[in-house]
Design a protein around this ligand. Structure first.
Ligand SMILES: [Fe+2]
Length: 129
């Protein structure tokens, strides 16, 4: 059964999907089950992939990462997202050539529960602020 906000990858063709509304079924692509991507929070590459989170007057500034991640045509940060304690999720897609920095507007009292980013080569990373 697919997980809400879960990120699944097809290991045959490379399709990546994110579940925005969870039903009861399983996800398949190229005739095989898609693989749930478990977010990493440490390990090799963490300096360039772990989101760095900073509170601002308007919300949250997220930088990927402590050493800025490259944003090249074949290696870039595809998206950055913030899930709040209230269960809302804000997502912003990026393109090669852009800075790996995203600012999210949060209402007063809205608390970030987890910040994630997806690198097209190195997968899903998360930090709990
Ligand atoms: Fe990467």
């Amino acid at each position: 059964m697919a997980e809400l906000y879960g990120v699944y990858k097809c290991n045959v063709c490379g399709n990546v999907v994110r579940v925005n509304l969870a039903g009861g079924g399983n996800l398949f692509c190229c005739g095989q089950p898609m693989v749930l991507q478990r977010p990493k929070d440490s390990g090799e590459g963490e300096q360039k992939h772990l989101p760095v989170v900073e509170r601002t007057a308007e919300g949250l500034k997220v930088m990927v990462g402590e050493v800025p991640h490259v944003m090249e045509q074949n290696h870039w940060i595809v998206w950055v997202e913030v899930e709040t304690a209230d269960g809302y999720c804000y997502q912003r897609f990026l393109k090669p050539g852009e800075e790996p920095v995203v600012e999210f507007r949060l209402s007063s009292g809205e608390e970030p529960k987890v910040v994630r980013e997806y690198c097209n080569l190195h997968g899903l990373w998360e930090r709990k602020p």
